[in-house]
Design a protein around this ligand. Structure first.
Ligand code: C5P
Length: 232
């Protein structure tokens, strides 16, 4: 799998998003569309960005009973996204159903990756709120293995976990990692950050980068810098 930089298009509207993407003349960055933009604009935003030639990671983190997730995934597959995701906490049965829903009649499908534990969840909240008492790194690896056993393609994880996920699940199992910052940029609300170069060294397959690109004075230059550090 080729390494790539995915820009998190965390904008509130279609206008803002397209204005942002218009700056990339001659380049078609891989973009992530999250809940805010998707719920504001609906499937048409996916169709429009896709029609402009971008690859799309649709980050909707599905989590429901298997049959509901299967049917929802069939709809997302019809949108021709490249990557979509769900919560591994929904169980292996849910993940398997999701894969069935995603698979088109011709056998093709978008990549499907799992969220293990959100990076906003720490050991304390996992124990207190979720009543999960194992060490969080073991929980993340267990959920990654569940995702692999269900047939998924990879996980979203902290870049600090990417190496371990590859050790446990193999090098072909994808790691998609947010929490990326340039050595000289602000961490914002991200607690544990890593540079694109370090993420490459550790073996991340895709990095998801938001504010260091979207809020940069020159977003195209920031994207090119990211590509150079991460892809080479
Ligand atoms: O602006 P920034 O680079 O922090 O954006 C990172 C993106 O990755 C955001 O869209 C955020 O929601 C997402 N994300 C994350 N941490 C996770 C999962 C997703 O930062 N564990």
């Amino acid at each position: 799998m080729a390494r790539d930089v995915i820009i998190a298009c965390d904008f509130a509207s279609k206008e803002e998003t397209l204005q942002f993407l218009d700056q990339f003349t001659g380049r078609k960055p891989f973009v992530k569309i999250g809940m805010e933009l998707f719920y504001a604009e609906g499937p048409s935003i996916v169709r429009e960005i896709k029609a402009r030639g971008h690859k799309i990671f649709l980050d909707l983190k599905l989590h429901d009973i298997p049959n509901t997730v299967k049917k929802a995934m069939a709809v997302l597959s019809g949108l021709d996204v490249d990557i979509c995701n769900l919560h591994a906490a929904g169980t292996k049965a849910m993940m398997k159903a999701a894969l069935e829903g995603l698979t088109r009649p011709d056998g093709t499908r978008p990549l499907l990756i799992a969220v293990t534990q959100l990076t906003s969840t720490d050991q304390k909240t996992m124990e207190q709120d979720l009543w999960i008492e194992k060490p969080i790194d073991q929980v993340v690896m267990h959920y990654a293995k569940n995702a692999q056993e269900a047939g998924l393609d990879g996980v979203v994880c902290s870049p600090l976990e990417a190496g371990k996920v590859h050790d446990v699940c193999g090098a072909a199992f994808l790691t998609v990692t947010p929490g990326i910052r340039f050595a000289d940029s602000a961490a914002d609300d991200q607690r544990r950050v890593m540079t694109p170069a370090k993420a490459r060294e550790i073996g991340s397959d895709y990095i998801v980068v938001g504010r260091p690109i979207t809020q940069a004075a020159d977003p195209v230059a920031a994207y090119e810098r990211c590509m150079k550090e991460f892809v080479g």
